[in-house]
Design a protein around this ligand. Structure first.
Ligand code: AMP
Ligand code: ZN
Ligand code: FE
Ligand code: FE
Length: 295
């Protein structure tokens, strides 16, 4: 199916991957809801890392602004190669102790953060946990806050430079943290009434045939969706992910992975300018949610 320019122009849009100050975004849940309204999105999902503390606030703000809200989360899962993030859509707040399960990941961060700061100090950088915590404003700390502290101290110019030099996996200040095995991350989302999806598959850093095998494995473990659309995906990747979603019956989702000023080149809803996720995709996601809940 191809759309006319006019149809594209008036297409309703959404963004199913957004971070707030509750994790490592720079806008509060309320500010995100208002921004979604301001830029004309029909729906948005709050998908903070390992944390659903912003869901209630965003839901209330969305009620006021009239934007359709998708309560979500993005869970770091254990994976031997690159990074695996399992995203959950349409969580029922508090259902089956999801918050308590996520606490384990929040504790793991609290253990890892000072170790990474110690490594940075070992590299001769004068930076403290206080510097990093200040960047997080009292909320959950992630590596982007370390990056911002390094910028503030003048050690690097950009967040990307901080990751490339120090903070990314395999770089000198990186420290592992506990992650749930993928089946557990998937189950905790299903148990909470949500639809589990695989976020930005390219960060797994595996080749196409390995991804095919992995998607089958995750599908057997209860995966229901695939984030086909991300500003980081090139046309070939989008085609491959689309094909995998169709082949294995996964719902197609998409979002920008918006982090506000903590990822300054990616805008909510539009990524680097020409990115769009049609609101029409949300229908299949809701259908899957309803099927899972009535099963
Ligand atoms: P953490 O939750 O502490 O593991 O940090 C994860 C977040 O760091 C991601 O959501 C991204 O926002 C950011 N991030 C990860 N890798 C990079 C990278 N190579 N460059 C810039 N930001 C990154
Ligand atoms: Zn993040
Ligand atoms: Fe992610
Ligand atoms: Fe994300």
């Amino acid at each position: 199916m191809s759309l006319t320019p006019k149809e594209v122009m008036y297409m309703e849009l959404m963004d199913l991957h957004c971070h707030s100050t509750v994790s490592d975004g720079s806008l509060s849940p309320t500010e995100l809801a208002r921004k979604a309204r301001h830029i004309g999105l029909r729906a948005f999902a709050l998908t903070d890392h390992d944390n659903i503390g912003g869901v209630e606030e965003a839901m209330k703000a969305c009620e006021e602004t009239g934007v359709e809200f998708v309560p979500g989360v993005e869970i770091s899962a254990a994976f031997s190669r690159g990074t695996m993030h399992i995203v959950g859509y349409f969580l029922w707040e508090g259902r089956n102790g999801l918050s308590q399960k996520l606490e384990k990941l929040q504790e793991a961060r609290a253990e890892r953060n000072p170790l990474m700061v110690e490594k940075l100090r070992g590299l001769g950088l004068d930076i403290s946990m206080d510097d990093v915590a200040r960047q997080a404003g009292g909320d959950q700390i992630g590596r982007p806050h370390m990056a911002k502290a390094l910028i503030e101290k003048g050690y690097v110019a950009t967040i990307n430079e901080a990751f490339n030099k120090y903070l990314a996996k395999g770089k000198p200040a990186y420290e592992e943290k506990f992650r749930f095995p993928p089946p557990e991350a998937i189950s905790m989302i299903r148990d909470a009434g949500g639809v589990p999806g695989l976020a930005h598959p390219f960060t797994l850093e595996i080749d196409d045939s390995e991804l095919d095998d992995l998607v089958v494995e995750l599908r057997n473990q209860g995966l229901e969706a695939l984030e086909v659309y991300s500003p980081e995906h090139n046309p070939d990747q989008i085609r491959l992910y689309q094909k995998l979603a169709t082949q294995y019956g996964l719902v197609v989702t998409g979002g920008t992975d918006y982090h506000g000023a903590n990822k300054p080149d990616v805008e909510m809803g539009i990524g680097r300018g020409n990115f769009r996720v049609p609101y029409a995709l949300l229908g299949s996601l809701k259908k899957r949610r309803d099927e899972l809940r009535s099963a």
